[in-house]
Design a protein around this ligand. Structure first.
Ligand code: Y39
Ligand code: FE
Ligand code: FE
Ligand code: FE
Length: 231
């Protein structure tokens, strides 16, 4: 804790190096929230029985986006949206293909498990080192991300037996993309006082817990959650 306090004291949120890194991380978060908004609308069409709840989640995602846009404005940073679109393009493409094929399990794994766990890890690590304005916004957002993760967990747990094979395949296809994304963002995250090791650790904890809640065994979780991780 003291270490974090000392670290925060040293962060100059107005330095050029901070603002430059923030222009990419802030954009990633804004783009991520926008895509999450769209993904939950798509999911509401794939799961009409739960459309109302999914639309509610999609609206939360647009509020998150607005919150993070305000964080960028507050620091007088222009988000690099082109960079962010490219950053998300792998997961975005795989979600689109799965949705077009009606693969609900894959869509839920990508958005509600992988992306939500990535968001929860990133926001948890960011909160202690954020500026005061962004900290308050992020604290409100991360609480809601847990409810998005919970939606995916509950659905996949109820449909575990029929979903297992598709989950394995979707994990194999998409988890390596997450490790690549983490590597791409590590240097900028470091400037914001967010350590890559901490991000990886928090992601693995969230994702492993989610897989456990869905019904995977410890043995399966070890295999699934580290897939494609080569540091
Ligand atoms: O469900 C959501 O709201 C998730 C879309 C938002 C994604 C946030 C992505 C965070 C990655 C940031 C990496 C910073 C180190
Ligand atoms: Fe969100
Ligand atoms: Fe989010
Ligand atoms: Fe979310």
């Amino acid at each position: 804790m003291q270490q974090i306090l000392d670290q925060v004291k040293e962060i100059d949120f107005q330095s050029e190096v901070y603002k430059d890194a923030y222009s990419r991380i802030n954009a990633i978060v804004i783009e991520g929230e926008q895509e999450a908004h769209e993904n939950y609308i798509t999911l509401s069409q794939l799961l009409p029985a739960q459309a109302e709840e999914l639309i509610r989640l999609s609206k939360m995602e647009s509020r998150h986006k607005k919150g993070f846009e305000a964080c960028g404005r507050n620091l007088k940073v222009t988000p690099d949206m082109e960079f962010a679109k490219e950053f998300f393009s792998g997961l975005h493409k795989n979600f689109q293909i799965a949705a077009a094929e009606g693969k609900i399990v894959t869509c839920l794994l990508i958005q509600s498990l992988i992306i939500e766990c990535f968001a929860i890890a990133a926001y948890n690590i960011y909160i202690p080192v954020a500026d005061d304005f962004a900290r308050k916004i992020t604290e409100g957002v991360v609480k809601e991300e847990y409810s998005h993760l919970n939606f995916g967990e509950v659905w996949l747990q109820k449909n575990f037996t029929e979903s297992k094979a598709e989950l394995e395949q979707a994990n194999r296809q998409n988890l390596p993309i997450v490790w690549k994304m983490l590597n791409e963002v590590a240097d900028d995250a470091k400037v914001l006082a967010m350590e890559k090791d901490a991000l990886v650790e928090d992601f693995m904890i969230q994702y492993g817990e989610a897989l456990s809640n869905i019904g995977f065994t410890t043995r399966d979780i070890m295999r699934l959650s580290a897939y494609g991780l080569a540091t």
